[in-house]
Design a protein around this ligand. Structure first.
Ligand code: GRF
Length: 215
């Protein structure tokens, strides 16, 4: 990036990843500006995090729109106005329409609590426990029209121990998530990571498999 990278962060709930990104910016670990925090849920706790840090926020309430495409049109309209470099999904609990994804092609990032391509979709911790998995993880990927299936940038795994609960996995996963999102964003902001025609390059080399997060 030549000028400061701008981000719109989309949330629906707690916003702990939003907080991690805010903290990384405020402590100088990430050279970026959050131009807006957008929530589909007026009750999202993440909105109060935005307010506390004097960030602009906007609620586009899911209940005000009759259909998914109406909602996405409104969201698209707003994001086109503010024109961020990247749209960062951070616990945004909606499936985006292909039209929306096309409008911001290769500029939408998502964080997902599993080792994709395993466990796409919801309730990943419970499903991993139910299946007796011995490891689980976190993935950050580019968003494409197919749910949780875009090219993966960064992954981290952690062990599932006997007797672990959903909360145990969530705690372990969130600790990683809060380091990983700022990491990927800072690589983008210093051009160590670049995206061209849907291909990801890390230090100028085409990324052929996900980067493993080095804690
Ligand atoms: C995270 O676990 C993320 O992987 C998933 O949604 C959760 C959001 O948590 N996509 P928070 O709102 O950032 O605390």
């Amino acid at each position: 990036m030549t000028s400061r990278m701008t981000l719109a962060i989309l949330i629906s709930g707690n916003g702990s990843n939003l907080q991690a990104i805010i903290d990384a910016i405020e402590t100088g670990r990430l050279n970026a500006e959050i131009t807006s925090v957008v929530s589909d849920n007026p009750e999202a706790h993440g909105l109060s995090r935005a307010t506390r840090h004097n960030l602009h926020s906007r609620v586009i309430d899911a209940r005000d729109y009759a259909s998914r495409s109406d909602y996405d049109e409104a969201l698209q309209h707003y994001l086109e106005l503010i024109a961020p470099d990247y749209i960062v999904l951070a616990g945004f609990m909606r499936i985006l329409t292909p039209g929306f994804i096309d409008a911001f092609e290769h500029r939408i990032l998502n964080i997902h609590p599993s080792l994709l391509p395993a466990y796409k979709g919801l309730n990943t911790y419970q499903r991993a426990l139910d299946n007796g998995e011995t490891q689980h993880g976190v993935s950050i990927h580019l968003v494409t029209a197919e749910l949780d299936a875009g090219p993966i940038i960064l992954q981290a795994s952690y062990a599932i121990e006997a007797g672990d609960s959903v909360e145990d996995l969530q705690t372990r996963g969130h600790q990683l998530e809060h380091m990983m999102y700022p990491q990927v964003l800072s690589w983008l902001s210093d051009n160590r990571l670049t995206i061209k025609d849907g291909q990801i390059y890390y230090e100028k080399a085409l990324l052929e498999q996900p980067i493993l997060f080095d804690r």
